[in-house]
Design a protein around this ligand. Structure first.
Ligand code: NAI
Length: 339
């Protein structure tokens, strides 16, 4: 049997952490035959909660779990890490300006990037969940010059999965038959969920939407007035209905993100692509280096942006708007000296 994979989770004493740990330890992320060691990083106020979760992990007696460490020291937490899931972040407080939020998160993700640079395993893969996720990933990557930038990603899989859920409901079909939905841009309200290349059981989704909504105009109206804003603002809807933010669905999406990246999923060859925010190589006019969401496939454990998709005028304008927001976030953190 193989050596355990070291998975570090920051903010592990928080809500998403609690929803993540048990699924990872049970083998749902890396595979049913892959042992794991968990490292739980918290700030001092969060250590007790993480220690409590560690006790429960012991009580769950997962055969694949080869150890749990709890620490408030980033250097120890990232030593030898293979998979880093950066969940803990500074939420926006009342009256907090964007610059304050970015600076507070720069104070978290800069040092964590440096600790990853200093101690991570050669194959380290990083996914940033804590918001503003894309820009936090950019900051972490900038502080890890020895780690290939392509190893730093941010989570837009929750948005992707939300888009699948909405299409499934509209077309009255299970999500399993839907392929090639894309989230473009920032994990924020400007994101663009794009169904123009999507298929359901091999049939073009735009055609099916036109049938469902009485023609191309009806489909276009549903997309711009219902689907796009609902997916982009789903986080607020969950808070309103549930009385608390998305937790289990966020953790589930983070599991999907890592599982597909390492190739632990038993995906058939025709599984299509998914959405990942990763450093742009200039594809689709997104400035190089910006961490933006793209249609992505994982090939032999490496993420590849799907090339050659046609981008119509409607899509172009929305991608550009979300990318402009990412550029302004990048410029703001640069002005703060965080890059
Ligand atoms: P939470 O507040 O329950 O947990 C966050 C935990 O992070 C706390 O225990 C806190 O002590 C810890 N923490 C704060 N700073 C830290 C640091 N420097 N090092 C280590 N730990 C630290 O929040 P929850 O619900 O677990 O959400 C976590 C983050 O995920 C938030 O930023 C949230 O906005 C984001 N999120 C992102 C989603 C996405 O799709 N990308 C979806 C849902 C949430």
């Amino acid at each position: 049997s193989q050596n355990p994979v070291t998975v570090t989770i920051t903010g592990a004493g928080g809500q998403i952490g609690y929803a993540l740990l048990f699924r990872i330890a049970s083998g749902q992320m890396l595979g049913a035959d892959v042992p794991v060691r968990l490292r739980l990083l918290e700030i001092p106020q969060g250590v007790k909660a993480a220690e409590g979760a560690a006790l429960e992990l012991q009580d769950a007696a997962f055969p694949l779990l080869h150890g749990v460490d709890v620490t408030d020291d980033a250097t120890a937490a990232f030593d030898g890490v293979n998979i880093a899931m950066l969940v803990g972040a500074r939420p926006r407080g009342p009256g907090m300006e964007r610059a304050d939020l970015l600076a507070a998160n720069g104070g978290i993700f800069g040092p964590q990037g440096a600790a990853i640079n200093a101690g991570a395993a050669d194959d380290v893969r990083v996914v940033v969940v804590g918001n503003p996720a894309n820009t936090n990933a950019l900051i972490a990557s900038a502080h890890a010059p020895d780690v290939p930038a392509a190893r730093f990603t941010a989570l837009t899989r929750l948005d992707h999965n939300r888009a699948l859920g909405q299409l499934s409901a509209a077309l009255d079909a299970p999500v399993g038959g839907i392929r090639n939905v894309t989230i473009w841009g920032n994990h924020s309200a400007t994101q663009y969920p794009d169904v123009s290349h999507a298929t359901l059981d091999g049939r073009a989704v735009p055609t099916l939407l036109a049938e469902r909504f009485g023609g191309a105009d009806g489909a276009a109206h549903w997309l711009s007035e219902q689907f796009i804003p609902r997916v982009a603002k789903r986080g607020a809807e969950i808070i309103e209905v549930r009385g608390s933010s998305s937790v289990a669905s966020a953790a589930s999406a983070a599991i999907d993100h890592v599982r597909d990246w390492v190739g632990a999923g038993s995906q058939p060859g025709d599984a299509g692509w998914t959405s990942v925010a990763l450093p742009s190589d200039g594809s689709y006019g997104v400035p190089e280096g910006l961490i933006s969401s793209f249609p992505v496939e994982s090939v032999d454990g490496q993420l590849r942006i799907v090339q050659g998709l046609s981008i119509d005028e409607f899509s172009r304008a929305r991608i550009d708007a979300s990318v402009a927001e990412l550029v302004s976030e990048r410029d703001a953190v640069r002005a703060l000296g965080l890059l």
